[in-house]
Design a protein around this ligand. Structure first.
Ligand code: PRX
Length: 645
């Protein structure tokens, strides 16, 4: 099935030609500030920056600033400056969960809605620098909310709609949010997500004392109970003006916080700032998708994740693109939906995740039936390694064997794409993210931090700063330094491993820390373990990932019951729903093994290497187990393993 890829299948005068890449890349490193200050000119500044990068990655003094003397507003860059010539052009195409619902929102409408909402927030007492939690379905109001915060200088923190009340409360409390923007409920396929009820539960018993108001949109017509902090969005918006002066923001003022999982402890509030982030979002969106005016672009992510921030909202709108926002899921009403949406809106560029591709691929050719997808010219992949089989299926069935694929590697912390092909300029290799973007200097190192040369495999670090880089973790700069800059001092450590081939192309192999990637969702094993041990029947838990055909990684849970507990199927089911409720349905254990003990060293450290091997049903070479406190436990674990083949 692995057919050769026709590089020239789509004739096009690409912005960046093959021979240009190396030259441009070299000069972007050699004259880094010049390169980025030039890119910064594509934005509209209230005061243009004259400074490029300032600071460094030195341990104990990690300090990152870009364009520090510049002043701008993100919402005017994404909206107002396009009004001059394109007020009636479509900014957002919204495709509903149900195939017969859609909406076109022009730049003028976007402007008016964002300004009204910004004024509503002001009315509720929101000021520059205040934090606002956004817990919304995939409806245009989610984008309005983000841009309204940006307009008045409030810092948004979008919480993925799949998170449960506890997870909402943790995030709201960590950043001391003042207002939550939410909706009655959200729809995803056949499911309804009770967003308002989840917020009520998160706030119950005064669990989130910083919240003064909850602004509630009516998305599906539910009659939700309104309490004393609740404000009906339609009512307050009706009283608000559609003009709102944009707040002048220093380039290094915070734009948003986005919580993401790490290998230890609670989720981390990754902080992105205004100028550098927007320059990077716009520059990568433009170059990697070779975006040309008038093209219809669809990133099928959720705004609750960084991909939705950078490539549904900020990057495309900064470039004046028409961006598609999809409320539903790719398998509803069935696997043909993606193709149908592409045809319906004449979409030219489609950016999605390998997990979605594999879910469609599971039904063979069906996903391609009933649509021509002739409008497509470029495909993108993000979020996890794409296996060559899925790559070829995507290329052949969705892309009709004629669209290049950009496999883009990046992270919440990087703000935008870091290692990625450029269509027309990079040879496509199924499974490889290929080359660093301009200004990005990756290196592979061994565990001691020694740089590895040539074709090799190692830990992926980035040696110098780039404008889209996270500046800190909200309220915990020490953890920021510790997490990203202490392992290989003076460098940014990605937490990923990678291989470099003879051509110098990078192949991301996945996380080298205790972070899982389940259906493209990033989850910390520690978070799931803490949800598990909060169950009264569980004394101890260890969570590892294992290879999963559709999800990429599945969640394998080892649990030790509290003494005297009777382990039954009902109890196992109850534990699964407990985790779903405590944390999120996305953290739902796939396989659960009850065990009397775990493999621990004599100092009490769990040997996860062994647990990972058993979970993968690959325990022929477990390595040295002689240092275990109780080596016998390994046989018991193998005997009762849950993954057989
Ligand atoms: O392991 C890498 C994987 O996703 C991680 C980042 O997850 P998150 O912060 O949620 O951001 C996802 C969207 C950018 C990375 O550390 N990852 C992301 N893209 C790729 C990838 N792994 C392989 N190939 C990719 N293209």
């Amino acid at each position: 099935m692995n057919m050769p890829v026709d590089q020239q299948a789509i004739e096009r005068d690409y912005q960046i030609k093959q021979q240009d890449y190396l030259e441009l890349y070299q000069s972007s490193l050699e004259e880094n500030d010049v390169f980025w200050l030039e890119k910064a000119k594509t934005l509209e500044w209230m005061k243009a920056p004259t400074q490029g990068f300032e600071g460094g990655f030195e341990p104990g003094n990690v300090n990152i600033k870009w364009f520090a003397d510049g002043v701008l507003n993100v919402s005017t860059n994404c909206i107002d400056r396009h009004l001059v010539q394109r007020a009636s052009d479509t900014a957002i195409i919204w495709e509903g969960d149900s195939a017969d619902e859609d909406k076109h929102i022009s730049f003028q409408e976007l402007h008016d809605e964002v300004c009204k909402l910004a004024n509503a927030l002001k009315k509720l007492g929101v000021e520059k620098g205040d934090r606002i939690a956004i817990y919304m379905p995939m409806i245009p109001e989610a984008a309005y909310a983000m841009l309204a915060c940006a307009r008045i200088g409030a810092v948004h923190s979008v919480i993925f709609g799949g998170f449960s009340p506890n997870a909402i409360a943790d995030r709201v409390n960590d950043c001391q949010a003042k207002v939550v923007i939410t909706a009655d409920a959200g729809r995803r396929g056949t499911k309804s997500v009770p967003l308002k009820a989840n917020v009520d539960a998160a706030l119950s018993n005064n669990a989130c004392p910083s919240i003064t108001h909850v602004l509630v949109f009516n998305a599906v017509g539910l009659d939700v109970p309104m309490g004393s902090v609740d404000v009906d969005a339609a009512t307050i918006l009706a009283e608000c003006d559609s003009h709102c002066e944009p707040e002048p923001m220093a380039a290094e003022d915070p734009l948003f916080i986005l919580y993401t999982s790490g290998s230890t402890g609670k989720p981390k509030g990754v902080l992105h700032t205004t100028g550098g982030y927007l320059v990077y979002a716009a520059a990568t969106h433009k170059a990697v998708f070779d975006y040309q005016p008038g093209e219809i672009y669809w990133c099928a992510a959720d705004v609750g994740w960084i991909t939705g921030h950078t490539y549904i909202v900020y990057g495309p709108l900064a470039n004046g693109a028409t961006t598609v926002m999809f409320e539903g899921v790719p398998t509803y009403p069935d696997e043909r939906r993606i193709g149908q949406i592409v045809d319906k809106h004449n979409i030219n560029i489609l950016y999605t995740a390998p997990t979605a591709i594999r879910a469609l691929m599971a039904k063979g050719e069906f996903a391609g039936e009933g649509s021509s997808r002739e409008s497509l010219r470029l495909l993108g992949s993000v979020g996890e390694p794409i296996n060559p089989e899925a790559w070829h299926w995507y290329h052949r069935v969705i892309g009709n064997s004629r669209c290049p694929i950009v496999d883009t590697w990046w992270q919440t912390e990087t703000g935008g794409m870091m290692i990625t092909p450029l269509p027309g300029a990079t040879e496509m290799k199924p499974g490889s993210a290929t080359n660093p973007f301009f200004g990005i200097e990756p290196e592979l190192v061994d565990n001691e931090g020694k740089a590895l040369e040539g074709a090799t495999e190692g830990n992926l670090i980035i040696k110098r700063s780039w404008p889209g880089q996270a500046r800190t973790l909200w309220g915990d700069h020490e953890r920021f330094e510790q997490t990203y800059f202490s392992t290989y001092p003076g460098n940014y450590f990605t937490g990923d491993g990678a291989r470099r081939d003879e051509d110098g192309h990078y192949w991301i192999t996945g996380r080298v820390d205790d972070v899982l990637n389940v259906s493209g969702h990033r989850l910390g094993t520690a978070e799931i373990e803490s949800a598990l041990v909060s169950h009264p029947a569980i004394a101890e838990a260890a969570v590892v990932g294992y290879p999963h055909d559709i999800k990429g990684q599945g969640i394998y849970v080892y649990v030790i019951p509290v003494a005297g507990t009777e382990v039954t199927d009902e109890l196992s089911k109850e534990v699964v729903s407990w985790v779903r409720k405590e944390l999120s349905p996305i953290a739902s254990p796939d396989l659960m093994q009850w065990t009397p003990g775990l493999p621990k060293t004599r100092s009490g450290k769990i040997m996860r290497r062994i647990l990972r091997k058993i979970a993968a049903d690959d325990f022929a070479s477990l390595g040295d187990t002689s240092t275990l406190a109780d080596p016998g436990i390994v046989d018991t674990l193998i005997e009762n393993r849950m993954n057989r083949g």
